[in-house]
Each structure stands twice: as C-alpha cells, then as structure tokens.
Design a protein around this ligand. Structure first.
Ligand SMILES: [Zn+2]
Length: 102
C-alpha cells in the first residue's frame, strides 16, 4: 500500500468512528480535491472531505469530520450545533480559524 492510500484509509476509519459515536445517518463519504473548503455535507447524506485533509493533524481532521457529520443532524450553525460541537470537540474554536466554514 502506498503512503497516500494508508492516509486515506485512516481518514475513512476516523469518519466511521465518528459516525458511530454521533449516531448519524451517513450515506456516502467522498474524498476529493476541494479548492476552498475542507469539507461539505449534502442533505441526501453525502459528506465530502478535501483530499488535503489527509495531511493535517488528527485534531483538525476530527474537527472537520465532526463539523460535517453534525450537519446530518443540525443543518445550521446555531446554538444546538455549537453545543454539540463543544460536547464532542471541546477545542473546536481553536480550529475554526483554519477552516473555511462549509
Ligand atoms: Zn458547517
């Protein structure tokens, strides 16, 4: 296995870990080149993650993954959303500056 494949695999494992932990309905995960965002989420249950995320540290990966997966439950960035973010990724505000909100 190439190093890139292992990283992709690790990222997908992380998504699976959080999917179970957050108990959300996730239909599909795509990892692809994204120019302006780290991730996005569609109403049909598809989460897309930027391929570049593979090279980021685990804390930031978790932040982006949880950000997108929580949108499967809460479609906005309101109070409930922020409360869930704080519950699962207590230091999420630290990461927020690095991310273009998606
Ligand atoms: Zn968002």
């Amino acid at each position: 296995m190439r190093i890139g494949d292992e990283r992709r695999e690790a990222l997908r494992h992380r998504v699976e870990y959080w999917r179970r932990r957050l108990n959300v309905r996730l239909r599909r995960v795509r990892v692809q080149q994204m120019t302006r965002k780290w991730g996005s989420c569609s109403t049909s249950g598809t989460v897309t993650l930027a391929a570049d995320l593979e090279d980021q540290d685990k804390g930031f990966q978790d932040f982006v993954i949880v950000h997108e997966l929580l949108h499967l439950r809460v479609p906005n960035h309101g109070r409930l959303y922020k409360a869930l973010m704080t519950a699962h990724v207590p230091d999420w505000k630290r990461h927020e500056v690095r991310k273009q909100a998606g």
